[in-house]
Design a protein around this ligand. Structure first.
Ligand SMILES: Cc1ncc(COP(=O)(O)O)c(C=O)c1O
Length: 400
């Protein structure tokens, strides 16, 4: 209600800028309409055709923007991230040996930056440890390579550090978040997550020359540098969200609600990604529907069945989301074939979680009836958003 809607120089922008400085610790920022807006700007500013961008597992929109600028993503996450049953406490960690190999093969001058996501969405909302951030930064310093953060869920990441990493139990979420960010040159942000808003994002950095380029780009694609596609009230809400998101009790409650759902499902024998991450419970569709081939889209099929059963809208994170290799045109076949049950912050009660669990458990009881799908329309980019499917015919068992 207190948003300032002035076209240029709105007070709400300066409040947001001050909140980013105070809470994330970056000197400069430009707002964007959401996370992919910030990814677009960063990719245009830093990526040249033929360059390589290492990251701790791909994220759909992040990789799409890297590829649109002619870059190639290289996965440097530890192997445990690809194993849904590994109980590693920091499955989002960067594998320094893999990173070093990419640096040596591609040569440092062809690596504009390394992108580290806190937490790793597609691995199951898995965190990165502070020790790993420190070590990754130290390695990159040797080669003069920048390190950028996808900070979409950095607050949830801070919670896991506080809970699991020696030496951090006595530190506040606010302090841990600042320490996480201190290792980076800047960040992209989808504020719809940690920052508790309906829409919004930003690109933040310490380097003034990157700020200048971001201001040049933001006016072409998003809006004036003091609103970046957002209404004043959205910026005001984002600034307020930043104050509330670092409340220790709130973030503990948020992660525990996700865990509450995960514990119910695991207790009923449902195959899920372990340990349960910060924002979602991920069903392991390979083990849920072992009778389906990956090219029959088991995770997409399971998400559709869940929607029909209970109206719960989940998200495929498997072969459909992974898309095609732009060089060969062939489908990626990721080892993780998952359905993501993402829980919005401060929306549901635990009783809603009970309804979700009941529906998943129902489906598991009749899992053998669930058929695969065929894709009837495939868009050229980010196909999971707009693709259409139809069920495959029932397989008839032949008696001999
Ligand atoms: C880790 C991560 N990065 C980037 C994005 C893209 O952000 P947006 O959806 O706001 O464009 C998302 C969205 O889900 C995300 O989870």
């Amino acid at each position: 209600m207190t948003g300032d809607e002035a076209y240029a120089g709105a007070r709400s922008f300066y409040r947001l800028e001050a909140a980013v400085r105070e809470i994330y610790g970056f000197r400069y920022m430009v707002p964007t309409h959401q996370g992919r807006g910030a990814e677009h700007l960063l990719s245009r500013i830093l990526i040249r055709p033929g360059t390589v961008i290492p990251g701790n597992m791909y994220f759909t929109t992040t990789r799409a923007h890297q590829e649109l600028q002619g870059g190639t993503f290289a996965d440097v996450v530890i192997d445990e991230a690809h194993d849904p049953q590994s109980l590693h406490p920091f499955k989002g960690n960067v594998d320094l040996v893999k990173l070093l190999t990419v640096i040596e093969q591609a040569r440092p001058k062809n690596i504009p930056y390394v992108c580290v996501a806190l937490t790793v969405n597609l691995a199951g909302g898995q965190p990165v440890s502070m020790a790993n951030l420190r070590d990754t930064r130290a390695l990159l310093n040797e080669y003069g390579i920048a390190m950028w953060c996808d900070a979409t869920r950095a607050v949830e990441n801070a919670f896991f550090i506080q809970e699991r990493e020696p030496g951090y139990a006595g530190k506040s979420i606010r302090e841990i978040l600042r320490e996480e960010m201190s290792h980076f040159d800047g960040c992209t942000m989808s504020a719809k997550k940690d920052c508790l808003v309906n829409i919004g994002g930003f690109l933040a950095m310490n380097d003034e020359s990157i700020l200048q380029k971001a201001r040049e780009q933001v006016v072409i694609f998003e809006g004036m540098p003091t609103y970046g596609g957002l209404a004043g009230r959205d910026m005001e809400a984002m600034a307020q969200g930043m104050v509330e998101m670092v409340d220790d009790a709130y973030i503990a409650h948020r992660v525990h609600q996700v865990r509450y759902l995960g514990t119910q499902l695991a207790g009923a024998g449902i195959p899920i990604v372990q340990p349960v991450g910060g924002h979602a419970v991920f069903l392991d569709a390979r083990r849920f529907l072992p009778h389906l081939d990956q090219d029959e889209y088991p995770a997409q099929s399971l998400a559709a069945e869940l929607y029909v059963d209970s109206g719960v809208r989940a998200m495929e994170r498997g072969v459909v989301s992974s898309g095609r290799d732009p060089a060969t045109g062939l489908n990626h076949h990721p080892s993780l074939e998952l359905v993501r049950l993402t829980i919005p912050r401060r929306v549901y009660t635990d009783r809603h979680m009970d309804v979700v669990a009941e529906s998943v458990i129902n489906l598991f009881a009749r899992r053998e009836e669930i058929r695969g799908l065929r894709m009837t329309y495939e868009p050229p980019a980010l196909r999971f958003f707009n693709a259409r499917f139809e069920p495959l015919p029932v397989r008839v068992k032949v008696r001999r």
